[in-house]
Each structure stands twice: as C-alpha cells, then as structure tokens.
Write a protein that binds this ligand. Structure first.
Ligand SMILES: Cc1cc2nc3c(=O)[nH]c(=O)nc-3n(C[C@H](O)[C@H](O)[C@H](O)COP(=O)(O)O)c2cc1C
Length: 350
C-alpha cells in the first residue's frame, strides 16, 4: 500500500522561461558574488544565480576588469549578468554583449542607492521617471532574445514608493520578472524590508515578483514565500554567514528534514571554495577573498573573534586554510545565533 503520509509533492517554480527546483536564490552582491562563489552557491542550492552589477558604459570600453566581471562557469546556469547605466545606447549594447557571452538572462540594476551611481541617473534614480524607463526597457528587450529582468527598490523615499508603477511599466515593456528589495533608496540599508508592501505588489502584478531583504533563516525564507505569495526570494547577506541557507530553505519548503551541517560538510564546502578561488584568481586575489568569507562564515561560533584576527594577519594561503580547517572542524557546535540580529554589511549596490 502506498504511504499517504509521504512528503507533499513539490512543484517546480516557473520564473519567466525558467523552471527552477525551488524559490530560493542568491542575491547579487558587488565584490562578493563572483563566479567562484556563485558556482559554490549553485552547488549548495541557490536555484539560479546573478552576477554583481557591471557598468554598461564600462562594457562599451571592454576593459579587462569589466570583462572579468562578466565571466561565468557553465555550472552556474541558469546565470544572469547584471548591468547598470543611464545611457540607452550603452545599455542596449551591453544587453547584446551579455547575449553574445551566452548568459541565460540580463538583469538591469534599478535599485543601487550609491550616490556616485544615482547622480548620473543610473540605479534607483531610473525608477523616478517610469515613462522614460519604459522606453529604455523596450529598447533593451527589442535588442536581444534572452529575457530581460530588473531589480528595484520600493521607491525613492517614503513619499514616493512607486514600485507598483514601475512593475506595470516593466510588465508592459515585456520584462520577465521584477525583484523588489523592500526598502526605499533613501533608507539605504536601515530599517526593515517591507514585506507587506512587496506582498501587495505581488497581488496586483501579472509577471513574477521576487521579494528580497532581511531573510536570515530558512524559516523566514519559507514564510515569506507562503505569506506574501512571491514567486521567489533573493537572499544576500545571510548566505555569507550561513552558506547552507539555500539547501536548508529548499528542504524546509519541500517538507524534508533539514540537512544537518556537520564539520565534514563545512570542510567540503571550504575545500571546494578554495579550489574555485584558485581557478579564478591569482594567489593574492584568492587570499583576499578567502579572508572575507572565512571571517563571515565564522560568525557566532565559539572563538570566532580570535579566529578573525588571525585570518586577517596570516600572510600565506597554506597557513590560512590550515587554520580554517582546524577552526571549522572544532567549532561547529554551540553557535551563538544572537549575531543574526546584529546589523551586517549595511551598504551595497542594490
Ligand atoms: C556588499 C553588498 C553589495 C551589493 N551589491 C549589489 C549588486 O551589485 N547588485 C544588486 O542588485 N544588489 C546588490 N546588493 C543588494 C543585495 O542584492 C540585496 O538587495 C540586499 O543586500 C538586501 O538583501 P539581504 O538582506 O538578503 O542582504 C548588494 C548588497 C551588499 C550588502
């Protein structure tokens, strides 16, 4: 006889033309979600990945640094490359470059609050003029066959939370989905992401709406999907302190037991990340990235402050990784989760 108490059937999630296994995705973070980390997070459950923002004006000049940012690995698919800029012609050309590089979609950053970017009229400033934005999106969409997606904030400030108008314009232009970081541009990273507002927009929209902001546990991730009805949830900063957040959220969502994070699993993750960093960066670059990640991953574990001090002092990779292996084999119990409530990385490009 069939066991009627088995796990509930899990449906795949449709985002534009993509069918993904579950709705939990790594949010783009400049200087952090580089190709090695995106590969790692795809393997550890992120349902798809997106690059950090890359300047469309920079793509026009094709500097080596810009082209490096556009590199991705086949195992990242589905993978999107995120662009930003204020000039329609350069944005169109950038979309075409992204398509030629064979990325699966191109994402336009309309959420960046950084003064240098908004002063030029790019990032979140572009949402202040929806009719103009419509024209830009139309031009971008007409120029490529791959889907064009956007990432926005709720609005410029508390008086002008026009995300619904932006979503309507995006919908009419043919954008495949909209990611909403639940804060205004004026808020930067202060206050809380407004998920009621995101849920309201989802209820009034025809295209997939993805929510983002302050998801710091698998329980919150699943709750956000169930309570607001969003099509997916983008998770950024938490992945830096808990790189297992995607598989944990996926299993909770699917009604499966949550994976236990053993020292062995953490060490496997570290060894893969070390390998991927070495494949993408020279020794100096790989150490710089390794230090940041090791410090973030250690948050809340006994001895993390001492460990962090060492991480930034040890000059060579061999000693650094040996120390990290020692730390993560010994310290994986008794994590103090109160750190999750502490403000963390309160600045970024989206
Ligand atoms: C250091 C940092 C860099 C960021 N860079 C980008 C970026 O390049 N593009 C983007 O759309 N958002 C960027 N963001 C915003 C995140 O994608 C996300 O919207 C924000 O961190 C809120 O989500 P979270 O609370 O899950 O981190 C960045 C955030 C941080 C903290």
């Amino acid at each position: 006889m069939k066991n009627s108490l088995g796990p509930a059937p899990v449906q795949r999630v449709q985002l534009g033309p993509f069918f993904i296994d579950h709705p939990f995705v790594l949010a783009p973070m400049a200087g952090i979600t580089n190709s090695p980390f995106r590969r790692l997070m795809r393997e550890h459950g992120s349902a798809l990945v997106v690059s950090e923002l890359v300047s469309a004006n920079g793509i026009e000049y094709a500097s080596a640094r810009t082209m490096d940012l556009l590199k991705f690995h086949e195992t990242e698919r589905p993978v999107g490359l995120q662009i930003f800029g204020e000039d329609t012609e350069n944005l169109v050309k950038a979309c075409q470059v992204v398509e030629r590089l064979k990325a699966d979609f191109v994402d336009l950053n309309l959420g960046c609050p950084v003064p240098k970017v908004v002063k030029r009229g790019a990032g979140s400033a572009m949402c202040r003029n929806p009719p103009e934005l419509y024209k830009i999106l139309k031009a971008m969409i007409a120029s490529v066959k791959i889907p064009v997606t956007i990432k926005i904030r709720t609005g410029w400030d508390a008086e002008s939370r026009n995300a619904l108008e932006v979503v309507r314009v995006a919908q009419d232009a043919g954008v495949a989905w909209v990611v909403i970081h639940g804060r205004t541009r004026a808020q930067g990273y202060s206050g809380d992401a407004d998920w009621d507002f995101i849920g309201d927009i989802k209820a009034k929209s025809m295209i997939p709406i993805i929510g983002n902001g302050d998801v710091n546990t698998p329980e919150t991730a699943v709750r956000r999907v169930r309570e607001t009805g969003v099509d997916a949830v983008w998770i950024g900063r938490t992945a830096l302190r808990n790189p297992f957040i995607f598989e944990q959220s996926r299993d909770l969502w699917a009604g499966r037991p949550q994976p236990v994070i053993t020292a062995e699993r953490f060490l496997n993750l570290l060894s893969t990340q070390r390998r991927y960093l070495a494949e993408s960066f020279d020794e100096k670059g790989a150490i710089l990235h390794a230090r940041k990640f090791l410090a973030w991953y250690s948050s809340g574990y006994p001895g993390c402050h001492e460990f962090r001090r060492r991480v930034f002092q040890i000059p060579d990779g061999e000693t650094l990784w040996a120390d990290a292996i020692g730390f993560f084999s010994r310290s994986l119990e008794n994590r103090d989760l109160s750190f999750l409530a502490e403000p963390f990385l309160m600045g970024g490009h989206g």
